[in-house]
Structure formats: C-alpha cells, structure tokens
Design a binder for this molecule. Sequence first.
Ligand SMILES: [Zn+2]
Length: 123
Amino acid sequence: MHWFRRLMYGRNGMDTLANVCLIAGLVVYIVAAIFDLFWISLLFFALVIYAYFRCFSKNVYKRRQENAAFVGFFALRKKMFKERKEWRYIRCSKCKAYLRVPRGKGTLEVKCPKCGETFRVKG
Ligand SMILES: [Zn+2]
C-alpha cells in the first residue's frame, strides 16, 4: 500500500467530476453493449481516460477549479429549482451573472452587484 500512497502523492485523486465520468462511462458502455453500438462505446473509453487523467493529474489547482465549476453548476440548478416559486433567476445583460429577483412584485429596477449594470425586469 506504501507504493500506492507514494504514487498518488501530489496528485488530484478521485473527485466528483471523475466519479461522474466513470459512472457515465459505465452507463454508456451498457447502452452500447445492449444496442450493439460500436462508435458509442468509444465514448466509454474517452470518459474513462478523462476520469483517470483527472485522478492522476499533478495540476491539482486546475482540477479543483474544474471540479468546483462542475459541482457549482448543479448546486445552482438545484437551488433554482427549490426556490422557483418565490424567486426568479435572471442573467445580467452585461456580465451574464445570475441575479435573483422576487416573484410577484411587478416590474423592478435591478442593479447587478457584480458589474453595476442597472436594468428593469418583470418579477
Ligand atoms: Zn452584471
């Protein structure tokens, strides 16, 4: 076990994105095997190779950034879905940041906290 610990020292290891790639690869492999789709099975190899690339990558900073962006994307969608009855999510027309405005308050004047752009939006 000591050799494995030495091998993985300074490397990214398994993260959420690598796990999702492996699971997606497994699903793709099963679907390709059931329907006998050779070209789709190549996607399985691409996903598995990418997952192992992430796992053994020594550029931990970049891999952590990618993983945080991936996890954050789905966390935001989950939050949007949970709050869909009270809040409406819009994007800033200038910087494309997500802004949350209350529903049922009529037309509102919104100022983007990120870039300072002011625009009117229907709540
Ligand atoms: Zn903005």
